[in-house]
Design a protein around this ligand. Sequence first.
Ligand SMILES: Nc1nc2c(ncn2[C@@H]2O[C@H](COP(=O)(O)OP(=O)(O)OP(=O)(O)O)[C@@H](O)[C@H]2O)c(=O)[nH]1
Ligand SMILES: [Mg+2]
Length: 364
Amino acid sequence: MSKTRLIFVGGFLGAGKTTLLYEATRIFMEEGKRVGLVTNDQAPELVDSAILLQTRAEVEEVSGSCFCCNYNGLMSSLQKINLQSGADVIIAEPVGSCTDLSATIMQPFKDLHKQDFLLSPLTVLVDPYRLKEMLAGNTGGLHPSASYILEKQLEESDIIVISKSDLLQEDELRLLIQQVSAYFPDSEVMALSSRTGQGIREWIQKVREHSKIGSRLIQVDYDRYAEGEAVLGWLNASVSMAGNGVDWDRQLTALMNCLAEAFDQENLSVGHVKVILKNGEQSLAGNLTGKSSTLLLRGSAGISDHAELIINARVETLPSRLAEIVQRSMQSAFANSLQYEILAWKCLSPGYPSPTYRYNKVVG
Ligand SMILES: Nc1nc2c(ncn2[C@@H]2O[C@H](COP(=O)(O)OP(=O)(O)OP(=O)(O)O)[C@@H](O)[C@H]2O)c(=O)[nH]1
Ligand SMILES: [Mg+2]
């Protein structure tokens, strides 16, 4: 039996990882491949899992800590997918605030699991605007230690992928690729757009053929890394909603506008606020990756009497403050038009990273 190809797609919060997993899964499935996907988060109730389940691929979740701090949880998810569907390809998305994956995931994997899996190069996605800020020596509104995480993610990558290339002019993109290649000379650099599809097949080709796999280790200051994660308030919630003939698209738009306005008004830096509202088979997803101008809504949840909402918010503030803002926004967006019940509510800031393994040598 041939080995399962395993592809890790890292990168900062909101870089476009899940959207790429979704589109790449479609391409692999068109080729007749069986695909498995692994999502990861500090807490359960994941928007990413709900989105990726729509691909009909096998989806497993490692929630409660990042892959590096729960290596065994990652392994059980991979083994479960292989037992259930015998996947040809598994794509795994680590938490967006996670770094040092070469030492904590890639090396142990090469050392311990090469007989079962064909490990692909470590791909790190980066949003072009965040990247421009970093190259200009700015933090783009992020806390300096959160910005440090973003830089470390790029530094350890085998392949840097500038995401959302549709947002840039061709010459702008060419220049950016040149600048990044000069800044991170050991990584292969390319760009793609999951929105237009441009570059996705080229990326798949690269992960199949590129020979550098977890090719280098980097110095990571864990105190700074921990601070970069700890400045983020993290909220995962699921909410059941009911009313009479509710226009769900209108309700979710109202909620996202309230949230975006509140974060802007309080000048809070948004890592990623993502929501999905499901009405049976219909769904509407909302994303905020910075100021209110980044608000995007995709899909439609139609009109009905019941729906389910999942909210995942990562914002630079205290978890208690984030919880207050989300609660107040739900009140003001929903109070006059529907009843809602909170089914799950987890609010935290990530703890000090403590990896299961941390190799100090590159495994050949
Ligand atoms: N214009 C454009 N937007 C994109 C593209 N890919 C993703 N996005 C948008 O970027 C936002 C974040 O995308 P995700 O795929 O959820 O990002 P992520 O890296 O998985 O985020 P986290 O899981 O929170 O770390 C969403 O609003 C997407 O629609 C793209 O190719 N072009
Ligand atoms: Mg994601």
